[in-house]
Design a protein around this ligand. Sequence first.
Ligand code: SAM
Length: 223
Amino acid sequence: MGTLSIVATPIGNLEDVTLRALRTLKEADVIYAEDTRVISKLLARYEIKKPLQRLDAATEAKKADEIVARLEAGEHVAYVSDAGTPGVSDPGTRMVAAVRAALPAATIEAIPGPSALTAALSIAGIDTAEFTFLGFLPHKKGRQTALREIAEREIPTVLYESPHRIEKLLEELSALDVSRVVIARELTKMHEELLAGTPAELQAHFAAHPDAVRGEFVVIVVP
Ligand code: SAM
């Protein structure tokens, strides 16, 4: 029986990859990736040449069968998402569940590493003894309920947000009288910054610095 390795990859800075992740990617017979073009940059940087297969949210169930067959044939399969830890607001969990169900004896190992969630929490300067992680909020159905619950929660809520919606989110949090938000933008990249303030202050910041409404954002709503 083969091994399935779920490998965390950098969230920006290509140096943020563990020695074990590199060894695993080198040793694997095949690497399944959310997007083969994205992972190719990391593989090129570390001179790793491997057969690549795509496994994204749309193909997760179908490709799981393929992975099961490879594991039965004794192969070592690695899985990477586009950035950070697979399964954290990324594909991977349904495939892992399908492999576990089909092959209860298979070795499925975690190769831990970066995640925007933990990176943001580590520098936010807030009490992180407890927090709620919601990933991306729904765009329509359920959004208002989720926002109201966030505003009422007594522990921090961590969200992922895209640049297209960050200003709208701040407007919504402002309307709910949220008093403090921490935003970690472009973590580990050239334009990394951490912003904190009321939603209105952060709205004003983005209005004054349109260049800052770019990249990737982790939003922490602080009670
Ligand atoms: N699996 C990833 C992880 O472990 O963090 C998350 C993937 S999710 C599809 C992508 C979202 O994560 C982005 O929209 C952003 O909210 C957050 N993110 C990823 N990289 C980031 C970075 N370098 N700085 C800030 N947020 C980031």
